[in-house]
Design a protein. Structure first.
Length: 113
């Protein structure tokens, strides 16, 4: 009897997956994908903690951890706070710095072309 039950289960699974497939076949995909949050509203940002870790800064800036540490050593990142042996970066100051850099770099790029 043990052999009959798995066979029945397999048959049920196949039948249920077939019905699932036909159900999905009738639904048409949306004509256009939903807009990306970056494209639709550049001012919107994901909620960030007040103090960022080096890894979080690296993710935000899309650079390596080593590059973040190098910028900190050179004094190129604002809002760096040393807490014992750990480093944190004030998110508000970092985002303000990024906005300022974007505002300054955009006209400069246009002038060079």
């Amino acid at each position: 009897m043990a052999k009959k039950n798995p066979a029945k289960r397999r048959g049920r699974r196949a039948a249920s997956s077939a019905s699932t497939t036909t159900t999905h076949a009738h639904h048409s995909p949306p004509s256009t994908p939903p807009p990306s949050p970056r494209r639709s509203a550049p001012a919107e940002r994901p909620a960030l903690p007040d103090l960022l870790t080096v890894d979080e800064v690296a993710d935000l800036l899309r650079i390596s951890r080593d590059a973040v540490y190098a910028k900190i050593r050179r004094g190129q990142l604002p809002g760096v706070i040393r807490m014992s042996r750990r480093l944190r970066v004030d998110a508000a100051k970092l985002l303000q710095w990024l906005d300022h850099r974007r505002a300054v770099s955009l006209p400069a790029q246009g002038e060079q072309r």
